[in-house]
Design a protein around this ligand. Structure first.
Ligand code: NZQ
Ligand code: ZN
Length: 387
């Protein structure tokens, strides 16, 4: 087994009717002055904002609504300026991955002396060195952002979507209430299942490891997600919703990667497809992953076979099982109403491979994947085969 070191300080408060704990956890942190950040209004529509406000009567509050899906740099800068002006000592994110990611960025940008864009661009010497503490109330199980220290920030005017993170950006706490799943539209539920599924697969479809526990844990999450996928038609079913939420948090809380190789190429290409064509994050993953596994079939065959046998109960020769496992995954996505063809999302797909390869080349991402064997020719071929 490979060596590893892991830490995750985020307190997860899981379950329904847990909001009485909110003021207690905030007082534990000596919080006085809170910036309440949320998105385009779903938190109002589902009555969550009112419930939260009632719990926060003892604190000074400033609201910052309007964080977009794929949170926008310019909006977040305004939020950071407001937080500074109001002397905010804690930020509370209420929403899905976009609001939570946006809050992570704001928490670092608030006291940053330089240009926060340089941090996202990873300009030499430019890093956030402090972060205003924050907590989250999760409304959409998908990204795992509630339990990790990463974020992805978009800047539409530059067609950019960039990652950031580090130990400063773990939420202090996250409330994960599966009953909030009931209000989610089918599109977001399907997205959530696929995003969690792909987070698991990108820490799994590599090569066989000696970390038997991590492999079984990944297979457990995948099997559970398949088992509860009918939550898209029954979002009020608490058993289905709670398992989806539990899986999504576990898929990206740092546990699955302990002592195993990972391949995040699908996510890296996916982020660029969102930046170029505004396609939902999870859908970009559904477009790319099957094509990537086909392109790198030899590298990934052993793990695809293991996945096919253990998660899909397939039979046949190892190669047949590995190929069928790719098809099964694609059919699973189709069954959730998600197309795996780029051309079904945009008619302007031609040339996407050139733009993305140029960007990857600029960033030095020329040897990706668990074996560093995915080069720019592969990236280009994967994107073209997704048309
Ligand atoms: O803006 P509002 O009105 O709140 O509506 C949101 C939004 O339109 C709505 N929604 C959220 N909870 C709801 C709800 N509608 C009804 N009922 C509820 N309970 O859903 C829409 C999508 O929300 P969003 O937060 O954008 O979705 P998601 O959680 O999938 O987050 C996607 C973002 O996270 C990033 C993605 O790149 C993307 O920007 N990711 C973050 C990661 C991380 N930090 O670890 C990892 C992921 O791989 C991903 O890259
Ligand atoms: Zn993702």
């Amino acid at each position: 087994m490979e060596n590893f070191e892991v830490i995750n300080p985020t307190r997860i408060v899981f379950g329904k009717d847990q909001l009485d704990r909110l003021p207690i956890l905030l007082k534990d942190q000596n919080v006085k002055n809170i910036l309440l950040v949320y998105g385009g209004g779903s938190v109002k529509k589902i009555g969550l904002l009112d419930k939260v406000l009632k719990k926060l009567v003892d604190f000074e509050l400033t609201e910052f609504p309007g964080v977009e899906a794929n949170p926008e740099y310019d909006t977040l800068i305004k939020g950071a300026e407001l937080a500074k002006e109001k002397n905010i000592d804690f930020i509370l994110a209420i929403g899905g991955g976009s609001v939570i990611d946006g809050v992570k960025f704001m928490s670092g940008a608030i006291n940053y002396k330089g240009n926060p864009w340089d941090v996202l661009k990873r300009k030499e010497g430019c890093v956030f060195t402090s972060a205003v503490p924050f907590g989250t109330i999760l409304t959409l199980p998908a990204t795992g952002s509630e339990a990790n220290s990463g974020a992805v920030i978009s800047r539409k005017s530059l067609k950019a979507k960039l990652t950031m993170g580090g130990p400063l950006f773990f939420p202090v706490f996250s409330f994960c209430d599966p009953s909030l799943v009931a209000s989610l539209p089918k599109r977001q539920l399907a997205n959530g299942i696929i995003d969690a599924f792909m987070h698991t697969l990108e820490q799994y479809i590599t090569y066989p490891t000696e970390n038997l526990l991590q492999e079984r844990e990944a297979e457990g999450i995948l099997s559970t997600l398949i088992e509860v996928a009918n939550v898209v038609d029954h979002p009020s079913d608490y058993k289905l919703a709670s398992n989806l939420m539990h899986c999504a948090t576990h898929a990206l809380n740092g546990n699955l990667r302990c002592g195993v190789p990972t391949d995040w190429t699908t996510h890296m290409i996916g982020h660029e497809l969102t930046a170029l064509f505004d396609i939902d994050h999870a859908r970009t993953l559904a477009i790319i992953a099957p094509r990537l596994w086909e392109r790198k079939f030899t590298d990934k065959q052993e793990k695809l076979t293991q996945y096919g046998k253990r998660v899909w109960n397939l039979e046949g020769t190892n190669e047949e099982i590995a190929r069928e496992a790719i098809q099964k995954t694609e059919m699973f996505f189709h069954g959730l109403g998600v197309s795996t063809k780029l051309s079904e999302y945009t008619s302007e797909f031609k040339g996407a491979e050139v733009i993305i390869c140029d960007l990857f080349s600029e960033r030095g991402w020329t040897q990706m994947g668990e074996r560093k064997s995915i080069d720019l020719d592969d990236i280009s071929a994967i994107i073209q085969s997704s048309f």
